[in-house]
Design a protein around this ligand. Structure first.
Ligand SMILES: [Fe+2]
Ligand SMILES: [Fe+2]
Length: 232
């Protein structure tokens, strides 16, 4: 079960960031997923620092990959084994589409540099292949990895929100595409958008940790009939 990060405060003082749920790693699979996440977080912090708009664009191009990979492999597995998917495919495709809408929103607010476009190209090629192979080897580790990625995404959007609320980042009007997608008010702002995106990321975190937990208990979950819905 997710627990509060021991290294982060439970309640945020004004201008600070609240602690978010954290899944304590259990076993080698979880530790590997957490270690990969920390290494990639370090790289992202080096590359973007507090340029949260650019950070969001580049990382959302990566975030939209795992759901589609998981859905594809689960789809093919269910075809081969001739079994029901227990709702996994739709859940994972919804996640991929949701992440792509995050990208479509933030691209209205910032333009990636030529170097960032190169990073997107290289990251997509390497991450798609790497995640695909990981999903074939261990679905549990793959979903745990996304669970940890999403923990970091929640933290990053909380830091972005803190920058907006402090006035260091202009709280501009929400793009029309975001107002439509999240059904926001006409006078919604960037802060409202970031809160909505952060809520989506928290949902992805819980779904993926939930799927990893189910796979830890039953590695065949999702590839044979009569199993309960994922994310429980
Ligand atoms: Fe996202
Ligand atoms: Fe996400």
């Amino acid at each position: 079960m997710p627990t509060a990060r021991p290294d982060r405060p439970e309640a945020a003082a004004p201008g600070q960031v609240e602690a978010a749920p954290h899944h304590a790693p259990q076993g080698l699979s979880d530790r590997f997923a957490l270690a990969v996440t920390k290494v990639l977080r370090f790289g992202a912090d080096l590359l973007f620092a507090k340029r949260y708009g650019h950070r969001a664009i580049v990382l959302e191009t990566v975030a939209a990959v795992p759901g589609m990979v998981g859905a594809t492999i689960t789809h093919l597995t269910c075809l081969r084994r001739m079994v029901d998917d227990d709702g996994w495919i739709r859940t994972l495709m919804d996640e991929a589409e949701n992440e792509r809408m995050h990208l479509m929103t933030f691209i209205e607010l910032a333009r990636p540099t030529a170097f960032e476009r190169l990073v997107v190209l290289l990251a997509q090629g390497s991450f798609y292949i790497g995640y695909f192979l990981l999903y074939l080897v261990s679905r549990r580790t793959a979903h745990r990895l996304v669970g940890y990625f999403e923990e970091e995404a929640v933290l990053s959007y909380s830091l972005y929100l803190a920058e907006i609320e402090s006035g260091r980042v202009p709280n501009c009007p929400a793009p029309a595409i975001a107002r439509r997608y999240w059904d926001l008010a006409d006078d919604a702002t960037l802060a409202d958008v970031v809160r909505a995106v952060r809520s989506d990321e928290a949902g992805h975190r819980d779904v993926n940790h939930g799927l990893a937990n189910k796979l830890a208990r039953d590695p065949l979950t999702g590839t044979r009939p009569g199993r309960p819905d994922p994310g429980a």
